[in-house]
Design a protein around this ligand. Structure first.
Ligand code: GDP
Length: 369
């Protein structure tokens, strides 16, 4: 029979029997080098991918194995979707192995960001989630920032451990791994990176010069993020690509903001005050009266209020309403996983509501910026 081969892009075991199953490679391409599956080939060449979900139980099983290994764990999270991409309960799975938290996509934060404050914020969040970190590194895989620090801290903490990289889908794990490969190993292997979640399918072992490995685990699919919910046509609109430009809205109670057709924020009750949006600059914000908001959405969803357009609207779950009371004297974000957040500096307090597709994680948190 033929050798078992693995795709050099995503690590999946290749097969030539079934075209719509993962790992398909036409038989005639079997001996080509480097060998990559048809899906990775498409992503690379046409920027097109079928969404493939990674089984969550399987992911937890993989994580569970790390506890008994001699490992250094790099947990990569997306600063734009911190709460949505943090693997809760990670500490339980990794046992006594050291964890380095790589906070990626810092290029998305506004230029004026106070980095010390940000680091404090991340430390506090980790504490709250029961995650003990050996180190926290802010980085941008895209802009190639923070990598020297990350590589340094990996070198300091690695000893003779294998390096396990874990994260949710779409946090920039592949981009980061590619960078690690370039710095650490002489293998010229490029993993598949794309905007579409769930690209990395199987464990990928990347040999390092010293005989140890970097192990890229599959990305866990968290269903509460916009990135898992919107079609790939709209992902580029919802996920910011450039630094966030906070926009300040002076609102009276009874006013509503629509974020394209992706979500809605109501200021229900409170004194006139300012709300600052941190969302993708490509989403148009419409301001309207709260009392008109329902009918505006009914009449204009998919058109004036888009994306998603009328077609893709049908594929989205219906909206649900989350009522959120911002306490007096607090500095908070109304956080919407994968869409962004609204900062509220409220001396007087405010009663608000967020309308988003059912399943999207919404919460109040201490303000990030
Ligand atoms: P994975 O699913 O975690 O492996 O993520 P990928 O590496 O495929 O990246 C997912 C998306 O995030 C792609 O569209 C990347 O271009 C983007 N991305 C990755 N790293 C960064 C970063 O540092 N900054 C920004 N703005 N985008 C990033």
């Amino acid at each position: 029979g033929q050798d078992i081969k693995k795709c050099r892009g995503c690590g999946i075991t290749l097969q030539h029997a079934s075209q719509d199953k993962p790992g398909y490679l036409p038989e005639k391409a079997w001996d080509r080098e480097p060998v990559i599956c048809q899906r990775c080939f498409r992503i690379k060449n046409y920027n097109e991918a079928a969404a493939v979900a990674v089984d969550q139980d399987e992911f937890l099983r993989l994580l569970g194995q790390i506890g008994s290994k001699h490992a250094l764990v790099i947990h990569i999270v997306d600063i734009f979707d911190f709460e949505g991409s943090l693997i809760s309960g990670l500490q339980r799975f990794v046992g006594n192995n050291p964890v380095i938290l790589a906070v990626n996509k810092t290029d998305l934060l506004p230029k004026v960001t106070n980095w010390n404050k940000l680091l404090n914020w991340v430390q506090k969040q980790c504490k709250e989630h029961g995650l003990r970190t050996t180190d926290i590194v802010m980085c941008s895989a895209k802009k190639n920032q923070g990598f020297d620090r990350l590589l340094e801290t990996i070198a300091e903490n690695r000893g003779d451990r294998d390096v396990y990289v874990v994260g949710a889908t779409n946090v920039g794990k592949s981009t980061l791994i590619n960078r690690l490969i370039r710095d650490y190993s002489d293998l010229d292997q490029e993993l598949t990176t794309s905007r579409y979640p769930g690209t990395t399918l199987d464990m990928v072992n990347i040999p390092l010069d010293d005989g140890r490995y970097i192990i890229d685990t599959p990305g866990i699919v968290y269903p509460w993020r916009y990135s898992e919910m919107v079609g790939r046509e709209d992902l580029g609109v919802v996920m910011p690509e450039n630094p966030l430009k906070p926009v300040v809205y002076q609102l009276d109670e009874g006013q509503t903001l629509f974020f394209g057709g992706m979500g809605r924020f109501d200021f229900i009750q409170g004194k006139h005050q300012s709300f600052t949006s941190f969302i993708s600059g490509r989403l148009k914000i419409h301001r309207t009266k709260l009392e008109r908001a329902d009918s505006l959405y009914e009449d204009h969803a998919g058109e004036l209020l888009s994306p998603p357009n009328r077609d893709r609207l049908k594929d989205m779950p219906p909206w649900t309403r989350h009522e959120i009371r911002v306490p007096k004297g607090s500095k908070c974000d109304v956080f919407i996983s994968g869409l962004g957040w609204i900062k509220v500096n409220s001396d007087e307090g405010a009663l608000t509501a967020v309308h988003v597709p059912k399943g999207v994680k919404v919460m109040l948190r201490p303000s990030l910026i």
